[in-house]
Ligand binder design. Sequence first.
Ligand SMILES: Cc1cc2nc3c(=O)[nH]c(=O)nc-3n(C[C@H](O)[C@H](O)[C@H](O)COP(=O)(O)OP(=O)(O)OC[C@H]3O[C@@H](n4cnc5c(N)ncnc54)[C@H](O)[C@@H]3O)c2cc1C
Length: 433
Amino acid sequence: MDLGKTTKMPRVVIVGGGFGGINLAKKLKNKPVEVLMLDKHNYHTFQPLLYQVAMGYIEADSIAFPFRRIFTGQKNFSFNLADVQKINPEKNTVTTDIGEIAYDYLVIATGANTNFFGNKEIEHFTMPMKNVAEALNIRSFMLQNLEKAVVEKDNDEREALLTFVVVGGGPTGVELSGALAEMRNNILCKDYPSLCQEDMKVYLVEGKSVVLGAMSASASTEAKKALLTMGVVIYNGVHVQSYDGYELKIDDGKVIETRNVFWAAGVMGEVPQGIAEGTIARGGRIQTDEINRVVGYQNIFAIGDVSAMITPETPNGLPGMAQGAIQTGQHLAKNIMHLINEEPTEPFKYFDKGSLATIGQYKAVADIWKLHFHGYPAWLLWMFVHLMSLVGFSNKVSVLVSWAIKYFSRNTDNRLIVRFFNTETRMTESVPK
Ligand SMILES: Cc1cc2nc3c(=O)[nH]c(=O)nc-3n(C[C@H](O)[C@H](O)[C@H](O)COP(=O)(O)OP(=O)(O)OC[C@H]3O[C@@H](n4cnc5c(N)ncnc54)[C@H](O)[C@@H]3O)c2cc1C
């Protein structure tokens, strides 16, 4: 395959087709540049609805959309399925599993990955949720353990199979624990009559003294209230010390016997090799200046979750949210064209549109500028924003239909075990033929 340039125009190589990458590529449409996107998946993932895939609320396909389909008709765009392994700034190339690829401008948009804070045991035995495969792992694992609980004779093991612990009380942890409680309250007894509701326990463990610590005090309080009403047991202000696949030890001395631990306690930038170590800021993110140019490089940029634009206004970088990635991606398109045309660049300014989190049906919290509200209006707004932000018309329709079915029946249809886990090795095994 020829991985060389196809035109005389400058080539912008974008590594990663998340919110940042696709918005940058779209804004470069009809511009005199060659845009090459590289991603290890052939589709864009809408991460905010991953937890709904994990809980079987919606189909996995409905939150993903193939890049080649998104960019049909964009003549200056091409895509290669490639895992970028290393950046070679001295040669202006990237090393990938399909060969070495040259760039004139390189944009790193590789997002973030789960942070286990160096604890290998926790990494091995807990389950993260950053992509479609991991969400499907959680779905299969949860259903597999419910099936095991139905036939388990040992009471302690049965209890451990029916105990679910979510670590991390940010939006992902709150949404996941709320959805688990909802599944326990609405579905468990219908699907598994022998497992009565009280048998399944849901815990949320969070190091800070509140849940949703990055949102307003009112959002934190309302989210906690909603989770408690749904029967989630919340441990605030404590940290998980260890988990060996059975006993989860917390630093206040508590021990929870569980077979199901979902890890939503931290993220770190997914930084490819080859970027100077001195440019890596807090949270493992690449430090950039105010036009998203990686500090110390002329033609390498970083946007979205992998980047940390440290300015007096944003001393910790932008929040790791879709809006940060979308806005930095869109703005960088302008600045790349300014650089090519030898014009002055425009510093990036973040426009905070607010934050939303959902806890369950009719339950959500919203901070929109100075407005803080919760309950039904916040839940309707959450649904509208997420539906509108999904890529692809068919995905919007599919998710809307699944939500309508869930709304009226209080049940869902996607509870398939598509892969088996070996509980000890945590390796996936294919389902029997
Ligand atoms: C479970 C969950 C729920 C969330 N909920 C919300 C929410 O409700 N609201 C909100 O605003 N934000 C939410 N977020 C955060 C939001 O999804 C991210 O901020 C956003 O996706 C970041 O976009 P990005 O473009 O930087 O990276 P990503 O969307 O992570 O995309 C990175 C892309 O890079 C590719 N990639 C990575 N490494 C390589 C490599 N070496 N080679 C090739 N390709 C590579 C990946 O395959 C991926 O396609 C959530 C995130 C998660 C995980």
